[in-house]
Design a binder for this molecule. Structure first.
Ligand SMILES: Nc1ncnc2c1ncn2[C@@H]1O[C@H](COP(=O)(O)OP(=O)(O)OP(=O)(O)O)[C@@H](O)[C@H]1O
Length: 727
């Protein structure tokens, strides 16, 4: 028996033994009737049983994926640690059968990349150092052992890391369906560092396309829930992603990791609900039509652009000044007369408002003062003995209080915000000086939206900020941890308001400035965020290895960036070579026919997900219809879509962000649609980096200056014959 066979046999024997144990324990637990009665102790026991049932059921299909033979210093011998998604204890109190991947000791499986140095991990009792003898990857599917790959063996000629790469490449070469997956078995050292970072800091992660940002953030949530189980609750954690379809796309990962109940939302949904917003949001498609229009039709991008101005921290400071003015002046300066001859002096009301309830936010202060005035009226009425007079005074006082409060209206965030922009609002706190600070075009646009009873996405941070200033923030509204994905599209103000709602700046903020296609409202530079949290409370990471696409695709995409944006933030591909990028001239008249044939050809290669990526929405509508007429059923991805179906998609390039496809065909890569400017380059870069295995780039006339046509190593200008495709 050779070495590989004997390793396989050894693992098969162990798997048989573990599975027998897991299956027996699962059967025993399933045989216990579920307790649904009123006894608290029994309920608690049932909860423990249910959680064991669930983790054993999950563990029984794929109990573990890795093995690490480790000998701590001063220990007599080495032990084989098996690492899986869930820990499985030995019932008799011996070494655990399987160690949870999040446990401190399991960290070595990811961080140890070979070499002669010692390995180490942080145990609850301090640093433990020792020697790793073996690192082994195991693929078990539905209880069947499929692969055994040694990625490190001490004192052997196995090149350190080489097997690890082989295993990673095997995983990366797989097709993708309509859901993102977990990567527990192949987390890379640089990703592991982020996943296991301490909770109480804002982590900012700049990662190139396909570097695993989204995936890493989800694994980090699972880690935080494990490591800080006494301090954080899943219900108090939230993931913000750009749209509902993206949330659906990533929704599978956390359940796979055994984590439930984490909130997932878009910023717009969260903000609308929190503020009880009565206006609708402007259709995002209208904004897209402006900012993703072709080159010359786009407005110039500068700091006075409404989205940038309203997304800045300076705008928050401006609103704070408005708010201070409001809080100082909102209280009526007159005394209150509930009926003729009776007075509650303005000074008394002032003391209540300015001193006694000073610790409360204005809306709550108002509530308390009004309640106190009412109590005062009741007390004064109690002094009146004559029933008729009492009744008359009661009625009078109610009318007078109503009139008095007209000068002190109850404001919600929207009415406050409207008053900021509307010169006719009569708000005394909006001084001429403050009003003069609003750029004219911004004021005009905003008022026009108000007239349509609409607000824009860019108004939401302000509305949340005002809401929090007026009402304060309840403990139950605060988050234990917040993930912001695609954070380059979030404005600094948006992140600043989220920080108000988050305990101890506990954030994972991920993005890629090279994919900042919403530059008209997003973050330009991560340093803007560091200044929000303070340097000591921020940790910055860069991920530059890209795992999604083949080497050819990444090099092709990097070229787009270096022409359109300049060097910097370029992705480093993993060594996974595939087909060359096909840059093909296809005349418009035969475009749809060509596309139909191309998609069919890709499907014959057994790809599961294929995307036709257009530059504009109109092109997507047109091509989708034409392909339908040619008998190719594809789904068209739209901005308001809730789910991603997988299969064949037709999609405008700006809606592909965050998604990935086995193969992608980019249409219209010509100079008109993709000019040599930063905005177009970012769009094209996003489009190219969606493809895992195969990228086709089509144009009519001339190719875009962003497109690499000269490098025969990574580009082919002709369609290879089907039989020798890939050669
Ligand atoms: N360590 C890893 N092992 C296996 N696959 C990985 C690993 N890291 C990332 N991937 C894969 O790479 C792809 C990209 O991951 P992900 O979508 O999380 O990246 P991203 O940085 O958020 O990308 P983008 O910015 O382009 O949206 C996914 O298919 C993911 O499964």
């Amino acid at each position: 028996m050779d070495k590989n066979q004997s390793a396989y046999q050894e693992e098969q024997n162990r798997l048989d033994a573990i599975l027998a144990d897991v299956n027996r324990r699962l059967a025993e637990l399933q045989a216990v009737p579920v307790y649904r009665g009123p006894d608290f102790t029994e309920q608690a026991l049932e909860a423990v049983r249910e959680s064991s049932r669930q983790s054993l059921a999950l563990a029984s299909d794929e109990p573990y994926f890795g093995r690490l033979d480790f000998q701590p210093e001063n220990a007599a011998g080495k032990s084989a640690l098996y690492i899986g998604k869930f820990g499985v204890d030995d019932e008799n109190g011996g070494e655990p059968h399987v160690i949870d991947w999040r446990a401190p000791v399991a960290s070595m499986f990811y961080s140890y990349t070979g070499g002669d140095e010692k390995a180490a991990y942080e145990s609850p009792d301090g640093l433990v150092e020792g020697l790793v003898y073996l690192k082994r990857n195991l693929v078990i599917r539905k209880q069947i052992l499929q692969r055994v790959v040694d990625t490190y063996e001490r004192d052997s000629d196995l090149l350190s890391g080489a097997g690890g790469d082989e295993f990673l490449l095997y995983r990366l070469g797989e097709n993708k369906d309509n859901k993102l997956r977990d990567i527990v078995s192949t987390i890379q050292a640089e990703q592991d560092k982020i996943i296991r970072s301490a909770k109480n800091a804002a982590l900012i992660i700049q990662g190139v396309a396909g570097s695993g940002k989204t995936t890493v953030a989800l694994h980090r949530l699972a880690f935080l829930l494990y490591q800080y189980r006494d301090q954080v609750k899943a219900e108090n954690m939230i993931i913000f992603a750009p749209n509902s379809m993206f949330l659906d796309y990533i929704s599978g990962v956390l359940p796979e990791l055994g984590v439930g109940h984490i909130r997932q939302s878009t910023f717009a949904d969260w903000a609308t609900e929190l503020t009880g917003l009565s206006f609708a949001l402007e259709n995002p498609a209208d904004e897209s039509a402006v900012w993703f229009a072709l080159g010359s039709k786009r407005p110039p991008l500068n700091d006075e652009v409404s989205g940038r101005w309203k997304g800045s921290v300076a705008f928050r400071d401006f609103l704070e000044s408005c708010f201070d003015g409001y809080a100082r002046t909102c209280l009526p300066q007159e005394p209150f007369h509930p009926w003729d001859g009776k007075t509650l002096p303005a000074e008394t009301i002032g003391v209540w408002y300015n001193e006694e309830y000073k610790h409360l936010p204005p809306a709550k202060r108002r509530e308390r003062v009004v309640a106190r005035i009412k109590r005062w009226i009741t007390m004064e009425l109690d002094k009146v003995w004559d029933a008729k007079q009492k009744k008359e005074r009661k009625t009078k006082s109610t009318q007078r209080l109503k009139a008095y409060l007209k000068g002190w209206p109850e404001l919600d965030a929207l009415s406050f915000y409207k008053a900021v922009f509307d010169p006719k609002s009569g708000a005394v706190w909006m001084t001429e000086e403050l009003r003069g600070r609003i750029p004219e075009a911004v004021a005009k646009d905003t008022l026009a939206s108000f007239r349509r009873k609409k607000v824009r996405h860019e108004d939401l941070p302000a509305l949340v900020f005002i809401h929090a200033s007026l009402h304060g923030i309840e403990g139950s509204e605060r988050f234990d941890h917040v993930v912001i994905d695609e954070a380059q599209d979030a404005s600094p103000f948006q992140i600043a308001v989220l920080d108000q709602y988050t305990r101890q700046h506990s954030f994972t903020i991920l993005g890629d400035l090279s994919q900042g296609i919403h530059a008209y409202r997003g973050t330009q530079d991560w340093a803007e965020l560091t200044s929000l949290f303070g340097e000591d409370e921020t940790a910055y990471f860069e991920l530059e290895r890209s795992y999604r696409s083949t080497m050819e695709i990444i090099r092709f995409a990097n070229h787009v960036l270096s022409i359109g944006v300049g060097a910097g933030l370029l992705a480093v591909p993993v060594f996974r070579s595939g087909e060359r990028v096909k840059v093909l001239r296809v005349e418009k008249e035969r475009e749809s026919l060509f596309l139909r044939d191309a998609v069919e050809r890709l499907l014959r290669r057994n790809y599961d997900t294929v995307a036709v990526i257009t530059r504009t929405e109109e092109d997507a509508v047109r091509l989708h219809a034409q392909l339908g007429e040619l008998g190719l059923a594809a789904s068209r991805i739209t901005a308001d879509q809730k789910q991603y179906a997988g299969g064949i998609s037709v999609v405008p390039v700006y809606l592909t962000k965050g998604l990935e496809f086995d193969a992608a065909i980019l249409t219209d890569a010509d100079p008109l649609r993709y000019g040599a400017d930063a905005q177009d380059a970012k769009l094209l870069y996003v489009g190219c980096t969606r493809a895992l295995h195969d990228l086709w780039v089509l144009y009519d006339g001339e190719p875009s200056p962003l497109v690499n046509v000269d490098d025969p190593e990574i580009v082919t200008r002709e369609l290879p014959g089907e039989d020798n495709a890939g050669s």
